[in-house]
Write a protein that binds this ligand. Structure first.
Ligand code: PXL
Length: 275
């Protein structure tokens, strides 16, 4: 009798641990599982955090970052990568070198610089190296408005500013999705009707994607979830623009289904939840 083997789509998340399970590598793994992919993980740092704040960050040594990646590479096929928190210059330099193992694979980079509660997650002196050595090597960069502002060193207050920003970012990296969720806070602190994200890929013009605003405070980890969902679709062979559209749809559905979830004491922003 022939034995049957099951093929899996294996995705590696490289980033930080969130003890509260809402963001970081934990959110990535839950997203991969929800979309029927097999999740692998490599940690750059560990955080002690709950639904209210980050109390401590522990950076892992770069040699250990290397060991984690090498032991996976020698064993398993990895079909796509999602990168989150890189935290410092040493991890960026090391990861830039290690990306040679994933040259022809989709890589989605969510350039996390601070937590949703405002704690810095990337050292200031690491920004230039991040731009020079990571951005050119990824398939898609997914900054939110504050991250796009830091990467371009220019404030974003309007949708036109988002278009200017995406042209600047597209000189640094092959494709960009700027997540527009923060723009209303900058404008007038009003509840928006829609969330508008802007996408630009090589040799194309920028394209807006709109979705209905979901009125929920459970938004911790939405950035991680969106970029992980996009990574899953890319790993399955879906073209880039289609992967972005499907990833956005996945996130919106999740936010709607968890609109009234209440997890943790004194919640500032609750987590997204799966299943
Ligand atoms: O949501 C961004 C993010 C990513 N990774 C880790 C985090 C956070 C936000 O808190 O803690 C580990």
């Amino acid at each position: 009798m022939k034995t049957q083997t099951t093929q899996t789509v294996n995705i590696l998340s490289i980033g930080g641990s969130d003890t509260s399970g809402g963001a970081g590598v934990q959110a990535d793994l839950k997203t991969f599982a929800s979309l029927n992919c097999y999740g692998l993980s490599v940690f750059t740092c560990l955080t002690a955090q709950n639904t209210n704040s980050i109390d401590a960050i522990y950076k892992l040594p770069v040699d250990f970052l290397e060991q984690q990646i090498l032991c996976l590479v020698e064993d398993l096929p990895i079909h796509a990568i999602k990168i989150g928190v890189l935290s410092d210059l040493q991890s960026i330099l090391k990861l830039s070198e290690l990306l040679k193992y994933f040259k022809d694979k989709p890589i989605v980079f969510d350039p996390v610089m601070a937590s949703s509660t405002g704690t810095p997650l990337l050292e200031k002196n690491a920004l230039e190296e991040l731009i020079n050595s990571i951005l050119p090597k990824v398939t898609l960069l997914t900054p939110n408005i504050p991250e796009a502002e830091i990467l371009t060193n220019k404030k974003i207050k309007t949708h036109q500013n988002m278009e200017e920003s995406i042209y600047t970012l597209s000189k640094m990296t092959p494709a960009v999705l700027i997540k527009g969720g923060h723009i209303n806070k900058h404008f007038n602190n009003q509840t928006p009707k829609q969330i508008s994200d802007l996408f630009l890929e090589k040799n194309c013009i920028p394209q807006w994607f709109h979705s209905d605003f979901v009125n929920t405070s459970n938004t911790h980890g939405t950035g991680c979830t969106l970029s992980s969902a996009i990574t899953c679709y890319l790993a399955k062979g879906t073209p880039l623009k289609q992967s972005v559209i499907k990833g956005r749809f996945f996130l919106t559905s999740l936010l709607v289904s968890n609109q009234h979830l209440s997890l943790g004491k004194n919640i500032k922003t609750g987590p997204t939840h799966f299943f």
